[in-house]
Design a protein around this ligand. Structure first.
Ligand code: SAH
Length: 213
């Protein structure tokens, strides 16, 4: 597991690409500059890790494009010490970006293979999410709620009600909504019963899988 000057150079280039694509949040760009994305991928992809591309991570899943990770992270408007719930730990890259931004991250993954792999990887890379769990993201984590923000990293056919319920007033839920293609959607909780909805462009995610036990 090595991070070299060459990788750092590639990360700096990736950050420039993301800036050109419209990412402006400095804490997001700083995190992408620091997190060694190649170490979250199978070594056969590591030469390509700093291209703005998605790659397979096992169990039929993919690591999101860096632009998607940056875009979602920016929409969250993370403040240091915020409690952030992530649905879909996957490779752990998005988790690492949020940890680097100063968030206390709670993350759920429903593929046991990926959950186990990532549980081993985090301590090796000195990445310390507050809590990671193997389970169904549709249910959120009621025992740890409420959250300052929630990020869903798989395409959801609808907004799971428990996630809305687990958001603080003023909190932000970022969720790609749709089946084939997803519209990046931001919900801001205005009060107990009202949510403000904002829609951003189209993205493509692997599906948020329903519980099959
Ligand atoms: N954030 C990840 C993205 C991985 S892709 C990364 O940066 O690598 C989406 C992930 O969501 C996959 O790992 C998939 O297994 C997981 N997922 C799908 N349905 C889920 C569900 N209902 N609950 C929790 N995780 C889910």
């Amino acid at each position: 597991m090595k991070d070299t000057a060459k990788h750092q150079g590639l990360r700096n280039q990736l950050v420039s690409v993301l800036e050109q694509k419209g990412i402006t949040d400095k804490s997001v760009l700083d995190a992408i500059k620091k997190i060694p994305r190649h170490l979250f991928l199978d070594s056969s992809f590591s030469d390509h890790a700093y291209q703005d591309k998605a790659f397979p991570i096992g169990a039929g899943q993919t690591i999101s494009h860096p632009y998607t990770v940056a875009f979602q992270s920016q929409l969250l408007e993370v403040q240091k010490e915020d409690k952030v719930l992530e649905i879909g730990t996957g490779s752990g890259y998005q988790t690492a970006v949020l940890c680097n931004m100063g968030a206390k991250v709670y993350s759920i993954e429903r593929q046991n293979e990926l959950f186990k792999k990532t549980s081993i990887l985090f301590p090796k890379l000195n990445i310390r999410p507050k809590h990671i769990s193997f389970g169904d993201g549709y249910k959120g984590l009621p025992g740890y709620a409420p959250f300052d923000s929630i990020i869903v990293t798989a395409g959801a056919p609808f907004i799971p009600q428990p996630l809305m319920a687990q958001l603080k007033i003023g909190g932000r839920l970022v969720i790609p909504l749709g089946e084939e293609v997803q519209i990046m959607t931001l919900l801001i909780r205005v009060n107990e019963t009202q949510f403000e909805k904002h829609e951003f462009g189209e993205f493509r995610f692997v599906p948020l899988l329903e519980d099959r036990n």
